[in-house]
Structure formats: C-alpha cells, structure tokens
Design a protein around this ligand. Structure first.
Ligand SMILES: NC(=O)c1ccc[n+]([C@@H]2O[C@H](COP(=O)([O-])OP(=O)(O)OC[C@H]3O[C@@H](n4cnc5c(N)ncnc54)[C@H](O)[C@@H]3O)[C@@H](O)[C@H]2O)c1
Length: 329
C-alpha cells in the first residue's frame, strides 16, 4: 500500500521543505518523497510534538536534511526556505482541547508561525506553498456533507487559527501572486501518530488502550461521527497539490477525506474486533469545542487534483494497528 505512486513528474531535480516533518503527517510525506527519489527534502521541526524516531531512517541520507528550529522565528523560516522549490507546511499545534487550554501557544505556532512561513516562502520565491488546514473551519455549520464554500463560525481557538491561515493564504495569493493551496484534513490516522500525551487523537488512543487491555474513554455518547481518513490519502493529496499543473487548482482550499463517516462507537467496535478484545469503553462527558458530525464532500479535490481516497477505513486501520503492535504493543 505504501508503494503507491501519486505523481507522474520526475522529482529528482526538486527540493522540498516539509515543516512539521518530524510529526505524524509530515514524516509520512517525507517518507513518500524519499521513496520516490526526491532531489532534496529538508525538514523544519522544533520537536515539540514530533519525534526524531519518525525521521530516523532518513537522517543519514545525502538528500535529507533536518533543521531543528521554530517557525515562530522569522530568520529560521527564511533559512529553511533557501534553495527550496516547494513548501509543504504541516507544522502547527494540533488539538481542539489544547487550543482551549492554551490559546496563545496555539496562536503563536498556528498563526504567527504560519504567517512567518508564508512570508519566507514568498520572499524566497518558492514555486508553491501547500499547507494543512482543517475540517474544524466548518465550525458550527450543521450542513452535511461539508462543501468548501460553506463554512460556519469557528468553535475553538484551533479552528480560528486554521481559518486565519486560509484568509492569509488568499490574501497572499491575491497581493503577491503566490501559488498557495490549503488542504482541509478530516481526522487523519495512520503510522507515526502517537498515542501519548494529553491531546492524542482518538484512533491512537483506542488502539493503545485496547492493545494493553485498558478501557478507553469515549467523550459523550459516542454517536458523534467523523470522516476518518488514512494517512496515505492525505499524502496523495499533498503530492498532487504540490505538483499539479491544472489551471485554477491553486489559490484554493480542498476537503481531504474519504467521503464516508463513522461514529466513534462504530470506530471503537471496528478496532476492538481487529484487536480481538472484549474490553468495554468508558463513557464520559462531551468535550467543549467539538463538532457533532463531520463528513466531507470531496468532489472539488477530485475535480482539480485528481484526488481519490484509495485506502478505506478498515484497510488503513489494519496497517495502523500493525504499526502500533510493533511500536507500542
Ligand atoms: N492529524 C489530523 O487529523 C489533522 C486534522 C486536521 C489538520 N491537521 C493539521 O495537519 C498538520 C500536521 O498534523 P499532525 O497530525 O501530523 O500533527 P503532529 O503534531 O504530529 O505534527 C506537527 C509537527 O509540527 C511541529 N511543530 C509544532 N509547532 C512548531 C513550531 N512552532 N515550530 C516548528 N515545528 C513545530 C511538531 O513538533 C510536530 O512534529 C497540522 O497543521 C495539523 O493542525 C491534522
């Protein structure tokens, strides 16, 4: 599954910067680029959330460079963009609850850091800037499926930060003619996503707990639904967004998801079955800032990027579980 190729271009002459490249999604993008013979890939990450293990296999490669640094520092961003053709901007502080606990930290990384990177990319003349947005920008809109043009009001500082990213991206495209693309990820999961820390995501938390015979928490009644998306689909979207030459594809935001939704209860039962466990979940109160239901309309990404989520939930879950067994089991 990991061997699928998502581009037709020769990338052996191209240099990419992946911010947040020691994190979950970023390290998977780096892995893809390396496996496909990239000319050069540089990672900028402050290792606040990312792990050096995620990029360990690449550290000795001649076409790989790791810069430990912070996107809140403008000089660091400028240096990181030097000699680079394409920027994949993944660095940010994820998690809605974290942003409610520490909004200034979220703003520093997700808004100031974003603007620093966007400006550095502009000033360095990079060809294209593709960045991670989020389904959280749909906020309080109850419309399903989510269509790019119809968003609601943000429900958390995290959602606000991602919305601001999209606003700035639009403004930079308009004023500076930058080629910018935003990808609104919907609950991405897969290898390299860590289950530890107070702000871990639901799939790693369930897998870790069930593999260890513990009862995982479910917030609320578990009937909230999400469009869970295997990371290989997100990689595909990033590679296509970085390299597409389709007219009108830049200056846009795209939903990146599977286009299918599952409740948290269904997710729990699927993982429990895969693990072969009979542990029951522990229900607790709902989380503030969470949306009730989420489901993406992915027709825009299909039309402009040729995006097709080839890996469905169960298949992605099996690969992820295997990774958890090897790394946390
Ligand atoms: N995982 C998801 O389901 C999901 C959903 C929507 C959006 N996103 C977005 O996708 C991107 C990647 O998310 P992820 O799940 O891989 O998270 P992650 O935490 O694994 O990766 C983010 C990386 O950014 C780094 N980072 C954070 N602040 C930084 C700073 N100030 N300077 C330099 N590096 C910094 C972290 O160390 C980490 O390695 C983020 O922008 C996130 O908001 C993720």
């Amino acid at each position: 599954m990991q061997a699928t190729r998502h581009h037709k271009n020769d990338i052996s002459d191209l240099a990419f910067l992946v911010t947040g490249g020691a994190g979950f999604i970023g390290s998977n993008i780096v892995g893809y680029l390396i496996r496909n013979g990239v000319g050069k890939v540089r990672v900028l990450d402050n290792l606040s959330e990312g792990r050096i293990q995620n990029i360990q296999p690449f550290l000795r490669l001649p076409n790989f460079e790791f810069v430990e640094g912070d996107i809140t520092d403008t000089e660091t961003c400028m240096k990181a963009c030097r000699g680079v053709h394409y920027v994949s901007h993944q660095a940010a502080l994820g998690s809605v609850p974290r942003s409610i606990d520490t909004p200034l930290k979220t703003n520093a990384a997700n808004v100031t850091g974003f603007l620093n990177m966007l400006t550095a990319a502009k000033d360095s003349g990079v060809k294209r800037f593709v960045y991670a947005s989020s389904s959280s920008v749909y906020g309080d809109s109850i419309r399903l499926p989510k269509v790019e043009e119809h968003i609601g009001s943000p429900l958390s500082p995290y959602a606000a930060s991602k919305f601001v990213n999209e606003v700035y991206a639009g403004v930079y495209a308009l004023n500076y003619g930058m080629e910018v693309i935003g990808l609104r990820y919907f609950n991405i999961f897969g290898p390299n996503q860590k289950p530890d820390g107070p702000y871990a995501a639901v799939i790693p938390l369930f897998m870790d707990a069930l593999l260890k015979g513990r009862s995982p928490y479910i917030n609320g009644d578990g009937e909230q639904s999400r469009d869970f998306t295997y990371v290989d689909n997100a990689i595909q979207a990033n590679i296509r967004a970085l390299l597409t030459d389709v007219r009108g594809a830049t200056g846009q935001v795209y939903n990146i998801a599977c286009g299918e939704r599952f409740t948290v209860n269904e997710l729990f039962h699927t993982i429990r079955e895969l693990v072969g466990s009979d542990v029951q979940p522990t229900y607790r109160e709902e989380r503030k800032g969470d949306v009730r239901d989420s489901l993406a309309d992915i027709s825009k990404a299909r039309a402009y990027l040729g995006y097709e989520p080839n890996v469905k939930l169960k298949e992605g879950m099996a690969v992820t579980l295997q990774w958890f067994k090897e790394n946390y089991g």
